[in-house]
Design a protein around this ligand. Sequence first.
Ligand code: SIN
Length: 187
Amino acid sequence: MSTDTIEHNRNRQDFSGIESIWLFGYGSLIYKVDFPFLEQRPASIQGWARRFWQGSHDHRGTPEAPGRVATLIEQPGGTCKGMAFRVSPSVFEHLDVREKNGYLRFSTALTFENGSYAQGLVYIATADNEVFLGHAPEADIARQIATATGPSGPNSEYLFRLAESLRTLGDECTHTFSIEAFLKSDS
Ligand code: SIN
């Protein structure tokens, strides 16, 4: 699949007749909310784990020196906490451009803190996209993040802001917190 997912995403879901839809954010969508929303609620999705396995050429790195940003990897029994936003489908015109570096929109069930459920969408960069980097030891991921920077700013800022948001949400994301600890011990 090509790196630029804008066209792929435009053809993925039919929004006709839909006034609003839930979007689940687990990475920068939690803390960089540059889109209008109707409602936001902490939520979680089951069967997924957050991993810094996606390359970033356009936001937190460059084609020559890509950064690493979050995607979701299937993990039976896993829970990933994040923030759900109820948005108008028109918001995807902007978000598809923002998330174009390998992310596709998938349908997912969301669980809210009161135990109720809703169906929504989530952007995931799967292993078949051209800039997927995959597993590496967390110390190595931290070293890559420490030096990468791109048009949206330093890669370390992405990691630190996400870690702070996850603490607020009460997500015990040991992967993110371990990379954060390596980054802090090197600085
Ligand atoms: C997300 O935040 O849900 C997607 C990945 C990102 O934009 O960091």
